[in-house]
Design a protein around this ligand. Structure first.
Ligand code: PEP
Ligand code: CO
Length: 451
């Protein structure tokens, strides 16, 4: 079913929330015009491949793992940072594949995750109010009049940084770095000594042993590409619609439109209005789409989103990413799950245990507790079990380094430690060790559920 009134800029006829107040419209138009002819970052065939994998997730034959920065940064941009984020996702995926006995579909919040919705348009410090930081593709994080001025050339800088990030990711995932024979290499020094790092090493030993056996019987990286390379996909919140529509291309093979800024795009909790511009824009591109779902959503909202975004009820097209918070999930989630399942809607439910669990520590730094994150994940799986529905995936904000932004975990970060290595430009992320902790827990929870 196609909506004949749709075109890449039809969203402009609808209300778009959370857009920057661009001071110079002519400069914005020039930037988007230039971007309109830049090469696509991803190719429609890859997007179709992700959708096919997600269709398997919808059937319960695979599991979705999505994770990366809350907001990518222009300053923290280096080969090491990209590689370390890939490492932690690879490690989590090994833990989950082993624990779930299912393939894991790996989707990074990377190579385009530059724009942030904000709860307030302005930020006040010492009596001075300035526009809020809206992500590096819009303005700079520093608190000064000049830094906070939205600048459309930042959209282009975000595009070029995404292209270069994706270039390295493609090289690493197909050039041998993600080869299963490298499982030990992904365990970083600062993680190795931790309990979860040791546990990962034991798992990696078993895997290496299995690979050696397979090698002996003739199954190796040369005749079995799945050992040597992986499929890795990119995603971000499709927030700044000028950026997304400028990178939308018509696929020459099918004639369909694809948003070629990433393989998967999602709509945030604050911009998921059924009659809003974000839903309009994403209704017309064929990429897999996510929608963040918080405690204020109703069954009727969800069914309307299904009608608008997935009118053909295609498996793999639509993922609802729940983010209720550990205190609200039990109250909010079951009725929504039931309402959607009753209507036979093809939905992947993925759990984002981060965004409903943010609080301010006594020092004023925004943080999240591993205990709350684990509690929300646990409820997510238990509720699916009691409703007879499928938990399809998990969605995290994480990074590959040893940051101290979330509290808890077996390597114990306390509220007093947060200031030590608090490096995020937006929300607090799990560090590599905390990420492994959580992957082991999810694997165990899923295994217990099967018994
Ligand atoms: C995010 O994923 O960074 C985000 C802002 O999430 P939400 O829309 O769920 O608040
Ligand atoms: Co965030």
């Amino acid at each position: 079913m196609t909506n004949n009134n749709w075109y890449p800029n039809s969203w402009k006829k609808f209300t778009a929330l959370q857009q920057p107040n661009w001071p110079d419209q002519a400069a914005l138009e020039e930037a988007t015009k230039r971007m309109g002819v830049y090469p696509p970052l991803v190719f429609a065939g890859e997007v179709r491949s992700l959708k096919a994998h997600l269709a398997q997730v919808a059937k319960g034959e695979a599991f979705l793992l999505q994770g990366g920065d809350c907001a990518e940064s222009f300053n923290d941009f280096s080969a090491d940072a990209i590689r370390d984020k890939l490492k932690v996702l690879l490690q989590m995926s090994i833990i989950l594949t082993q624990g779930l006995s299912k393939p894991v579909v790996k989707v990074g919040r990377i190579a385009g995750q530059f724009a942030k919705p904000r709860s307030s348009d302005t930020e006040t410090q010492d009596g001075v109010s300035l526009p809020s930081f809206r992500g590096e593709s819009v303005n700079a994080p520093y608190f000064s009049e000049e830094a906070r001025q939205p600048d459309p050339t930042r959209l282009e800088r975000a595009y070029f940084q995404s292209a270069s990030t994706l270039n390295l990711l493609r090289a690493l995932t197909s050039g041998g770095y993600a080869d299963l024979n490298q499982v030990h290499e992904w365990n970083q020094d600062f993680v190795k000594k931790s309990p979860q790092g040791k546990r990962y090493s034991e798992l990696a030993d078993k895997l290496s042993e299995a690979l050696r056996f397979m090698q002996v019987v003739g199954i190796n990286a040369v005749n079995t590409p799945a050992i040597h390379e992986i499929e890795y996909f990119t995603s971000h919140e499709a927030l700044i619609l000028e950026y997304e529509s400028a990178l939308t291309r018509r696929d020459s093979l099918t004639g369909d439109f694809y948003d070629c800024s990433a393989h998967m795009l999602w709509i945030g909790e604050r911009t998921r209005q059924v009659d809003g511009a974000h839903v309009e824009f994403l209704s017309g591109v064929k990429n897999p789409i996510g929608v963040k779902i918080g405690p204020t959503a109703t069954v009727s909202d969800l069914l309307s989103l299904c009608d608008r975004l997935n009118p053909d009820n295609e498996p793999g097209r639509l993922t609802f990413i729940s983010r209720f918070g550990h205190e609200k999930i039990q109250e909010s989630f079951p009725a929504l799950l039931r309402g959607v399942a009753r209507e036979g809607r093809e939905i992947i439910w993925s759990c984002d245990p981060m965004h409903g669990n943010t609080y301010s520590s006594p020092s004023g730094l925004k943080t999240r507790s591993i205990d709350h994150i684990l509690a929300e994940i646990n409820h997510f799986f238990l509720i699916h079990r009691s409703e007879g529905t499928l938990p399809g995936g998990i969605h995290f904000e994480l990074t590959g380094t040893n940051v101290t932004e979330c509290v808890g975990g077996s390597q114990e970060v306390f509220e007093d430690d947060l200031k030590d290595r608090y490096e995020t430009t937006c929300d607090p992320r799990l560090n590599a060790a905390q990420s492994l902790d959580i992957a082991f827990l999810v694997a165990e929870t899923m295994q217990n559920g099967k018994r």
